[in-house]
Design a protein around this ligand. Structure first.
Ligand code: NAD
Length: 283
């Protein structure tokens, strides 16, 4: 029977560390600006949760709501304004954006030092080169979960299912930099079950409910389920949890696994961005 990760608890532990670091700043409050375009209710909830998490850790947050008809040019102007505002340390543009706006174009417009989602090409390049930078929050959360539970990554066989820019690829790079032997699988991969059966670490980032079957899991493996899928108003992950939990050594549930940690990594990135910006302003 696996250790089931309590993402909320772990998240609280790390948020307490962040809160303490903020208190040590002597009255300064790192500030996250969240931009919400349109009125997608799920996005509104995500932004609200991020702002609440900021408040609970002593970070400041501001929210900019733009109508669904906002053009790419208008959003770029808003980003430019936040780039110039010295009070703002981190900028987050909530995805998805209306179809007429190219998210990559927006990510490239955010100053790399304020890019707390880690989506700017410069930060992606830093991750590729294993140089310090702001890295995407969900991938960092996956590593944090294993580290905080003493699961050794070095030398292990890791299988990442999903190759998106925001989750799959960065997780694969982080695992590689930690000396895992990494296989990236995707929608065209053949014999996926056989590949997963060899894995000491399975990261599922697909977006299909219970896609990874429990009997694919190697006994003792770490199973990190990034997927968030809605079935009959219930949230489920990409892994068939009920069977996988019997075989894995460590497993994250959905909800309550990776999700809370992702927001916490956003707070940590905002604090890091603040510190880096203060450092670079010093004469
Ligand atoms: P995406 O749609 O961009 O990518 C999905 C990936 O899954 C693709 O690379 C695709 O090749 C792969 N895939 C699709 N079908 C497959 C199949 N049959 N076999 C193998 N691979 C297949 O999604 P994303 O943005 O990477 O997100 C993935 C999931 O993670 C979603 O459910 C999303 O909601 C969730 N997510 C969760 C968090 C969190 O905080 N927990 C954060 C971001 C994303």
């Amino acid at each position: 029977m696996a250790t089931v990760i309590d993402g909320k608890n772990l998240s609280e532990e790390i948020r307490a560390e962040i809160r303490k670091e903020v208190e040590e700043l002597g009255g300064a409050h790192p500030c996250l600006a969240a931009v919400l375009v349109g009125d997608d209710p799920a996005s509104a909830v995500y932004v609200r949760n991020k702002r609440r998490a900021c408040e609970a850790t002593g970070l400041e947050s501001i929210q900019i709501n733009l109508p669904a008809e906002t053009t790419q040019t208008e959003l770029l102007q808003q980003v430019a304004h936040l780039n110039q505002d010295p009070k703002v340390n981190g900028i987050l543009v909530q995805l998805p954006l209306p179809r007429s706006i190219d998210p990559a174009r927006i990510a490239s417009a955010i100053l790399p030092e304020k890019d707390v989602d880690g989506l700017h090409p410069l930060n992606a390049g830093r991750l590729l080169a294993n140089e310090p930078g702001l890295y995407p929050c969900t991938p960092v959360a996956c590593i944090e979960i294993m580290d905080r539970h003493g699961f050794q990554i070095e030398g292990k066989r890791a299988v990442v299912i999903g190759r998106s820019e925001i989750v799959g690829k960065p997780i694969a790079l982080l695992l590689l930099h930690r000396n895992a032997t990494v296989t990236i699988c995707h929608s065209r991969t053949q014999q996926l079950p056989e590949i997963v059966r060899e894995a000491d670490i399975v990261i599922a980032a697909i977006g299909q409910p219970r896609f990874v079957k429990g009997d694919w899991i190697k006994p003792g493996a770490a199973v990190i389920d990034v997927g968030i899928n809605r079935i009959d108003k219930k949230l489920v992950g990409d892994v068939d949890f009920d069977v996988a939990v019997e075989r894995a050594g460590l497993i994250t549930p959905v909800p309550g696994g990776v999700g809370p940690l992702t927001i916490t990594m956003l707070l940590r990135n905002t604090l890091r961005a603040f510190k880096q910006q203060s450092e670079s302003r010093k004469p």
